[in-house]
Write a protein that binds this ligand. Structure first.
Ligand SMILES: NC(=O)c1ccc[n+]([C@@H]2O[C@H](COP(=O)([O-])OP(=O)(O)OC[C@H]3O[C@@H](n4cnc5c(N)ncnc54)[C@H](O)[C@@H]3O)[C@@H](O)[C@H]2O)c1
Length: 284
């Protein structure tokens, strides 16, 4: 049994994805609790939300004032504040041990009948839930970046996830204005299994001098009708996130997923893409 009446949504992590999910949930009328481990990170999350709501408002894309939407979001560093949520979506770091700990905490503080979702890009839903007493209510709700703009959400079904939990996950995502598709709990699901080798190949093509970075991006945009080429997209996702995802896939699926050398180098140098002001390109 999973609770279908959802008024209050908990979000774990106030980073790129968590703040986006909180914003979208508040925009569609839900009360939201956004939790991070430090108040500074919660504040950063609110700054991101304010910027995004401001941009959407200036384009006339919001049905309400940004302040009204923002007021529905409560920021916190306290785990217990997630205790009265009707659904929790986790968007913390992409590390199995971190996610396992978060879900163990959630199982402790949340009601037994609420859906617990993870926004993981590549980790196994089954592994994340493996130590829990109630793994049947754990599911992947894989939002795309940037969450307020991207329409798609991938629903990832773990080994123990029930049909009721799966149906509810689709329903919630649709209620948030998104369109879903479903993937089995196999490494990378549909999106990252195909996207990460594409990004890595773009990076290798650049490193091996096939074309300039601009021409690689332009070639893929104009030649294959995608909105962003691989190097621009990698900068937007975050090069550390891409490297992490590639390493997980490499471990699970073998050498065809080996991260590109230049991706590893850039992450070591601290050039993580748009969020640090420099990746393959430079940002203001
Ligand atoms: N960035 C993307 O394009 C993207 C796309 C889809 C999915 N994802 C996935 O979403 C998740 C979050 O990614 P992100 O890009 O937002 O990362 P991020 O680094 O921007 O944010 C993660 C946040 O989680 C916080 N955090 C860490 N441990 C926590 C805990 N125990 N409790 C609460 N908060 C905690 C961190 O302080 C940080 O603020 C990852 O699993 C990632 O793989 C990312």
């Amino acid at each position: 049994m999973v609770r279908e009446q959802i008024d209050r949504i908990g979000v774990v992590g106030a980073g790129t994805m968590g703040s986006g999910i909180a914003q979208v949930a508040a925009t569609t009328g839900y009360d939201v609790v956004m939790r991070d481990i430090e108040s500074e990170f919660v504040e950063n999350g609110f700054d991101t939300i304010d910027d995004s709501l401001g941009r959407l408002d200036s384009r006339g894309d919001l049905a309400e004032e940004p302040a009204t939407i923002r007021d529905r979001i409560e920021g916190t560093t306290l785990l217990d504040d997630l205790g009265d949520c009707d659904l929790v979506i986790e968007a913390a770091l992409e590390e199995l041990e971190v996610k396992r700990e978060v879900f163990a905490d959630l199982e402790r503080v949340c009601d037994e009948d609420i859906l617990l979702a993870t926004n993981t890009s590549t980790l196994s839903i089954t592994s994340i839930a493996s130590d829990l007493e109630t793994p049947e209510r754990v599911i992947g709700l894989h939002f795309m970046n940037p969450v307020p703009i991207m329409e798609g959400v991938e629903v990832v079904v773990g080994e123990k996830t029930t049909e009721a939990a799966t149906d509810l996950a689709h329903h919630v995502a649709e209620d948030l204005g998104k369109t879903t598709w479903e993937a089995d709990d196999k490494p990378g699901f549909v999106t990252n299994r195909i996207l990460m080798p594409w990004i890595n190949e773009g990076i290798r093509a650049y490193d091996e001098g096939v074309a300039s970075k601009e021409d690689i991006d332009r070639g893929m945009e104009l030649g294959t009708n995608v909105p962003m080429g691989p190097l621009t997209l990698a900068d937007h996702i975050g090069l550390d996130v891409c490297l992490h995802a590639s390493e997980t896939l490499h471990e699970e699926l073998g050498d065809r997923y080996k991260p590109a050398y230049l991706l590893t180098r850039k992450v070591e140098a601290g050039d993580l893409g748009k969020k640090t002001g420099k990746g393959f390109y430079e940002y203001e």
